[in-house]
Design a protein around this ligand. Structure first.
Ligand SMILES: Nc1ncnc2c1ncn2[C@@H]1O[C@H](COP(=O)(O)OP(=O)(O)OP(=O)(O)O)[C@@H](O)[C@H]1O
Length: 217
């Protein structure tokens, strides 16, 4: 489902973030991506979502070479991806429900189906009873769960999460891991970058480790 074949990424200015990285992730797998700060984890996730392009090798997602996609094809790729990335902003001028609705509005779903999907996503992350409030009134962990609801409302087949439990206490981190496990159980493919050893222990998935931009043995 995701295949990296000898992938290298060098940023402008000459920094080599990834060197000759190769691995496969099968449909339905849950994989943790680990490595020190600066090892290249975020870069690897961005290559899958075509936020960055590789300088060498190929990144294949669902049979498509995403590094070679034309810009017009990128939104179609992203419809199959749920992205939980650092720095993604919630909209504080809309309520919880409307924050989750936004990706469906962009895709042109009708109102009734959208509302059902939003409520199903909010239910999964335990925020169904908070749909009318402004996200500013949510705790850090609840805001993170709202970001997850927004990422899954399209029912993506692949979920990419970059440090999803950073800055959260253990209790919240455990809740988020439970949500990921429930996706894994229904057959979604997950790739989760994390420093959090306890998350990895709870997750029962394979680990891919990066060290200075290379796969660590
Ligand atoms: N847009 C960019 N321009 C230039 N260099 C970058 C850019 N993004 C990342 N880098 C560099 O590439 C390397 C890998 O960064 P990346 O963010 O992928 O690492 P990471 O493993 O996710 O780190 P962290 O755990 O700290 O988030 C780092 O040395 C970083 O400074």
């Amino acid at each position: 489902m995701i295949r990296f074949n000898q992938v290298s990424k060098r940023y402008p200015g000459g920094h080599q973030a990834l060197s000759n990285v190769s691995f496969d992730i099968a449909e339905g797998e849950m994989v943790f991506l680990t490595g020190h700060s600066g090892a290249g984890k975020s870069t690897l996730l961005k290559l899958i979502a075509a936020i960055e392009r590789p300088n060498g090798g190929s990144v294949i997602v669902n049979g498509q070479n995403v590094g070679a996609l034309k810009p017009a094809a990128i939104p179609y790729l992203r419809r199959n991806l749920g992205l939980i990335f650092q720095g993604q902003k919630l909209l504080f001028d809309r309520n919880v429900f409307d924050n989750v609705l936004l990706p469906l509005q962009i895709c042109g779903f009708n109102h009734r189906e959208s509302a059902q999907r939003v409520r199903a996503a909010l239910d999964k992350v335990g925020l169904l009873n908070r749909e009318k409030i402004n996200p500013i009134a949510l705790s850090g962990g609840e805001q993170q769960r709202l970001c997850i609801a927004r990422a899954i409302v399209n029912r993506p087949s692949i979920l990419l999460a970059d440090e999803p439990t950073a800055n959260l206490d253990t209790e919240y981190a455990g809740e988020i891991m439970n949500i990921f496990r429930s996706f894994h159980q229904v057959g979604s493919t997950l790739l989760i970058s994390t420093h959090d050893e306890s998350l990895i222990r709870q997750g029962d998935g394979r680990t891919i480790a990066l060290k200075h931009g290379e796969l660590a043995a």
